[in-house]
Design a protein around this ligand. Sequence first.
Ligand SMILES: [Zn+2]
Length: 297
Amino acid sequence: MKVVFSRYYSARTPGHVFRADKFEAALKLLLTEGVVSKKDVVEPAAPSKSDLLLVHSPGWVRKNLEFGFTPEDSDRAGIRITRALVRAHLMNAGGTILAARLALENGVGINCGGGSHHAFRDHGEGFCLVNDIAVAIKKLLKERLIKKAMVIDLDAHQGNGTAAIFRGDRRVFTFSMHGAEIYPEKKEKSSLDIGLRPGVGDKSYLSAQKRELPRALGRFGPDFAVYVAGADVYRGDLLGGFRLTMGGIRERDAFVFRECRRRGLPVALVLSGGYAGRFSDTVRIHSNTIKAALGIK
Ligand SMILES: [Zn+2]
């Protein structure tokens, strides 16, 4: 199975809690362990302007493509927007498009990056500039490759950008399970929001997931899914506020892939957030998620 990755994902973000090089580190770990071989790694192309315009406003697309940001744009995104960061986000969107196509071919598609679920139609937020999830879904819908998509967002933060983008679009179900009391302070309305208290551990988290996800999948009946597998539900995370163990997160991931597989539902994986106090923990969690996608225990 292929793993989508571009070296452009690794923009430098010195001193920032978001380290874009975590994706490259996760891939390196998988290569070192022999789980993935170099020939399985595929490079995405950058998305076209018309791909971006499926989701984003002309003004925001222009800012990204012509690097026309104001200092306020960086403030709102919560990160200093550099050319390298923009390129990373654009390539992440290309990567999620490619992973989505691979999912339709093989059942599972893996982007070793992506998951910018806080990017809105006309602005960036929460370290996100381009909503790769929405771009990939809108592109497949436009090409009539899919009819109904579900976003399974299990990052610790609500997928507010994705929820706002697809609000009122009956073709897309946004499922978001997240911390009720962390960013974003003002939540958007997803198709289904499951807000959990701070400090939730494996047991409560997994029981909520196992109760709600199959129900939503059964009711909506998607023919395509994107799994937003944030690593920030981990107990060692600086931003997430949950207390899941690595074992609990592996169970979370395995459950998602098992539910998709048994329904014959193609699923594209994006890695999204992860801000563990120990960088190597985030890297380990992301690599474990990719192993789950590959069906490795
Ligand atoms: Zn997050």
